[in-house]
Write a protein that binds this ligand. Structure first.
Ligand SMILES: Cc1cc2nc3c(=O)[nH]c(=O)nc-3n(C[C@H](O)[C@H](O)[C@H](O)COP(=O)(O)OP(=O)(O)OC[C@H]3O[C@@H](n4cnc5c(N)ncnc54)[C@H](O)[C@@H]3O)c2cc1C
Length: 392
């Protein structure tokens, strides 16, 4: 086995698989390493679906990544035959009384509308009566305003990762599965990555290293950037539908994000048949150690999310939780991404685009990571994701 490459990719989840594919597409020699066997359910990319939208309320910088990702998902679907992106339409809404603070932005809805106008993303602005008419499944309180984007929808994260790993392999990428990277060091003018597999060590020599380790980013970066990456436990819930499934099928029910006074809830149409329920989730703030996360969702957690977010908003859903799942967010102090060279070692590229909203951008982030590694700069402006904003 050859242990020399142009770029070593540490972590083959959403970001790493995208980077490996884009690097391989450009003819780079890549060794991509994962401690598990992706796509898996242990990191940030599990749970069947991720919302995607084109006008991005987390900040204008993100919209070009989202738009480019749409193109790349479609390209990959054509190459692999896999089902990656489903357009369902998306409703983002809030109440005038509660405002729409989310993901580090005080006015998520306003930012979404601004981005839609700037990048000509098709949309409708809806008042309470129009939302009621279009989507009677929601129980509105009376002062809602909404943004509807016909091209929003969801991605199948496991399929996206599988497709990109498959394409990367087809183009010659050497993937090391169930290999845990235990050290990344400077070696001459390049890098040395040390990985463990079944008790044996391998030593991989590369020009560049991309660290895309998701919730385990602190294993490599905590000592350099203390306090920048917090890991949070998140729960996903699939609630049963009380009556007919029809009002919740694609075409009648959108992906949605409903921001309320101190939190938000988001969800998806019914895509798993009669007994599959509706997937919904909110956002939690419990900091955890990714190696010791409690992966069981308790009855109290189910009851609490139903009482706080569901019963009054989606009365057609039953309190019966059919399925639940734990995932992990990596969150930065401003809820923005980190995609940057290590300021002390330009051979290291850090990729931590999570904070709960990274998946939709991952295809284009992979392209930007490949450009950073091979050309020294990304075509899409990723300046706002610099680590330097957290260094004082
Ligand atoms: C519950 C939840 C809901 C979300 N909803 C949305 C959404 O609706 N829309 C959206 O756009 N985004 C959403 N996100 C965010 C999105 O899922 C993340 O941005 C994305 O999954 C992050 O990908 P990643 O590559 O950083 O992490 P991962 O996909 O977890 O990949 C990291 C990989 O690194 C590997 N690894 C770690 N340490 C090592 C090591 N030492 N050696 C080798 N390999 C290692 C892991 O095994 C893993 O495979 C959500 C996230 C969560 C958790």
């Amino acid at each position: 086995m050859k242990n020399v490459c142009d770029v070593a990719v540490v972590g083959l989840g959403a970001m790493g698989s995208a980077a490996a594919y884009q690097l391989a597409k450009r003819g780079a020699r890549v060794i991509a390493i994962d401690r598990f066997d992706p796509p898996h359910q242990l990191g940030s990319s599990g749970g069947d679906t991720r919302i995607t939208r084109q006008a991005i309320g987390e900040g204008e910088t993100y919209t070009p990544l989202a738009l480019r990702s749409y193109e790349l998902w479609r390209e990959m679907e054509a190459l692999t035959g896999q089902d990656l992106l489903t357009v369902t339409g998306g409703l983002m809404m809030t109440s005038y009384s509660t405002g729409s603070a989310m993901h580090g932005k005080a006015d998520f809805l306003g930012e979404t509308i601004r981005a839609a106008r700037k990048y000509s993303v098709g949309h409708e602005i809806l008042g309470t009566a129009q939302i009621r008419q279009k989507f009677p499944q929601f129980n509105l309180f009376g002062d809602e305003r909404g943004y509807y984007e016909p091209m929003a929808g969801f991605l199948r994260p496991e399929n996206c990762i599988r497709a990109q790993i498959g394409l990367a392999r087809r183009m010659g990428t050497d993937t090391r599965i169930n290999h845990k990277v235990i050290a990344i060091k400077k070696e001459g003018s390049g890098m040395l990555v040390i990985a463990e597999y079944a008790g044996a060590r391998s030593y991989i020599y590369s020009d560049k290293v991309i660290i895309s380790a998701g919730a385990w980013v602190n294993d490599f970066l905590r000592s350099r950037f203390p306090g920048v990456f917090k890991i949070l436990r998140q729960c996903l819930f699939w609630f049963d539908i009380n009556g007919s499934i029809k009002p919740y099928l694609i075409g009648r029910f959108p992906i949605f994000i409903w921001v309320n006074s101190n939190n938000f809830i988001y969800g998806f149409p019914a895509i798993d048949g009669l007994n599959g329920g509706i997937k919904v989730a909110s956002e939690e703030t419990n900091i955890i150690d990714p190696d010791n996360v409690n992966r069981d969702v308790t009855d109290a957690e189910v009851e609490s999310v139903y009482a706080e977010h569901i019963v009054n908003r989606l009365p057609g859903l039953s309190p019966r939780c059919i399925r639940s799942k734990v995932c992990m967010y990596t969150v930065t102090p401003d809820s923005g991404f980190v995609i940057d060279f290590d300021p002390e070692n330009p051979n290291i590229i850090m990729a931590s685009p999570c904070s709960g909203h990274g998946f939709k951008h991952s295809a284009a982030i992979g392209e930007s990571l490949a450009q950073l590694a091979l050309d020294g700069r990304s075509k899409i402006d990723i300046g706002p994701f610099s680590i330097k904003r957290f260094l004082t």
